[in-house]
Write a protein that binds this ligand. Structure first.
Ligand code: ADQ
Length: 496
């Protein structure tokens, strides 16, 4: 396995230190806002400075990349866990965001977060690519923690305010919040797929989860398929009447279920990618890789849904058969460390280490490894440089709600070059139709498409990239949030 130069975020990104903190809530003072986001995690990570003091740094990840700009624009408050167990923190302001920490005990992290959220819901909602585990103690912790988040949101939201709840960890919050604060407009957005009826009904607590979501005025999904699954389940399992995307409650209230495919800050990415320092860094990366003819790139959280094993196997076979020549081609796989305390994730990491080690051991030579594997998190400018340096981006999840990496790559290719290989099972495939689409379970099929993308004519690539760029730039993150929030206002407006 090779770990060549690239700059890990944890060591190189400078935390905001030294400068006085913006005036924030004083100790014990409550934050009140008419726009509140509730998510499992606050959008910051704590860093320890050389003098031993601590500060906060905006954390990477799909959800954070998507929501931070919207929050700043709306002077909102963000309710979420701050990432350390058994610690209570007062609300604070960081980088213009009002942050309201929700405490979790070590046991709750294990049962609510690692257990029910990531050991039950995550695999169940991703087509059962790993077996979901069902434990009653995990469910009990999920209920308890969801209530705590709902209580914190209820205490933060101003009268008649709007609360936007995020993702699968907090599906009970909408109804819990409505019980306490019927004056609020409540939105929910699910970042991961919503499974078909046949899979969802495995869940022993399926009715409670549906009832939790039904507390929202608007339930948003990545794709129309997810929203249709939800409406069908509500009809069958809860017995409420539905009409297209509307669900009628006995008290006259309505819940609307609709798709809002999440987007990125396309212009921001493009500008960053075109900065002279980024371009220089991209050239340096290629040089460090030995100036190969083709750089293939994969960038994923290290997660079993991302199809890493199948992808690496496909490359291993292409290198072994000589269809790809390690003297000319390199495959760079960046895998962000993720959920490292969960067993399945530890096992996956070991398997990937072994797989990459075996391929490089068999096929590499001094100074040349066919696969460059980087198990690290990087700052945005380094990510943009990697996207610029890559000729072919490979995004081949077994199932993915959307996949922002695919869109980020497209946004960075301002000269129209580059190829995107994209799994049919990523939500992004419904929008990026000109990508080279693959079925990630079909290793031979994937190998063919990797070769096809490598050999495609510059004209064909430019034509595909132009169409994908139009899509990504026309549907950016601002439009996504505006569309969702406008619909949310309307759902409630119609009732009042
Ligand atoms: P994720 O499963 O985390 O998100 P993805 O959409 O690809 O997947 O978002 C990953 C984000 O992390 C991207 O913005 C990417 O740039 C960043 N990232 C990845 N590797 C990195 C690294 N090594 N260093 C730094 N940053 C890195 C969930 C769902 C997705 C959905 C998003 C948003 O699973 O399907 O698209 O939420 O809704």
């Amino acid at each position: 396995m090779t770990t060549r130069s690239a700059r890990p975020a944890a060591r190189s990104a400078a935390p905001r230190s030294g400068a006085p903190k913006p005036a924030g809530p004083k100790s014990g003072q409550r934050v009140r806002s008419s726009f509140v986001v509730v998510a499992n995690r606050l959008p910051v990570d704590r860093v320890v400075l050389p003098d031993g003091s601590t500060d906060w740094r905006t954390s990477p990840g799909g959800l954070v990349s998507a929501l931070a700009p919207v929050m700043r624009k709306n002077h909102g408050a963000w309710v979420g866990w701050h990432g350390a167990a058994d610690e209570e923190l007062e609300p604070f302001v960081d980088d213009g965001l009002q942050l309201v920490p929700v405490p979790l005990s070590a046991m709750e992290v294990e049962e609510y977060y690692e257990g029910f959220s990531n050991g039950t819901l995550w695999p169940l909602y991703h087509d059962v690519v790993e077996f979901p585990e069902y434990h009653r103690e995990w469910w009990d912790a999920y209920v308890k923690v969801n209530q705590r988040f709902a209580d914190a949101a209820a205490a933060t939201a101003k009268r008649n305010g709007t609360v936007w709840v995020q993702d699968y960890q907090l599906q009970l919050v909408p109804q819990m919040l409505r019980d306490k604060r019927p004056d609020l407009t409540i939105g929910f957005f699910l970042h991961i797929p919503f499974p078909p009826v046949e899979l969802f009904q495995q869940l022993p607590w399926r009715r409670q989860v549906l009832a939790g979501l039904l507390g929202a005025d608007l339930v948003g999904f990545q794709l129309p398929g997810g929203s249709a699954n939800f409406v069908r389940l509500v009809r069958q399992r809860v017995g409420l009447p539905t009409h297209r995307d509307r669900i009628q409650h006995p008290d006259g209230r309505e819940t609307v279920a609709r798709a809002y495919p999440i987007a990125i800050d396309a212009r921001g990415y493009q500008e960053l990618a075109d900065e002279p320092t980024t371009l220089a860094r991209a050239a340096e990366i290629r040089q460090d890789l030995g100036d190969p003819r083709t750089v293939f790139l994969g960038v994923d959280r290290l997660d079993y849904t991302k199809g890493l094993k199948q992808r690496i196997r496909a490359f291993g076979e292409l290198f072994a058969s000589g269809q790809l020549d390690p003297d000319e081609v390199v495959f760079v796989q960046v895998a962000t460390p993720s959920r490292e305390r969960v067993d399945k994730y530890r096992q996956l990491r070991d398997e990937i280490d072994r797989l990459v080690g075996r391929i490089n051991g068999d096929l590499g030579r001094i100074g040349r490894s066919p696969i460059v594997y980087l198990h690290n998190s990087y700052p945005r400018d380094e990510m943009a440089a990697l996207y610029k340096a890559a000729d072919v981006m490979v995004v081949t999840p077994l199932r993915d709600g959307m996949n922002l990496v695919a869109k980020e790559y497209v946004a960075c290719r301002s000269d129209g070059s580059g190829a995107l290989v994209l799994s049919e099972f990523a939500g992004a495939a419904q929008e990026l139709r000109q990508a080279f689409q693959v079925n990630p379970y079909d290793i031979n099929g994937m190998k063919d498409v990797f070769l096809l993308a490598d050999q495609a004519s510059p004209l064909d690539l430019r034509r595909r990239m132009r169409a994908m760029r139009r899509q990504v730039f026309d549907h950016d993150i601002d439009r996504w949030a505006e569309r969702y929030l406008a619909d949310l206002r309307q759902t409630r407006g119609a009732e009042r």
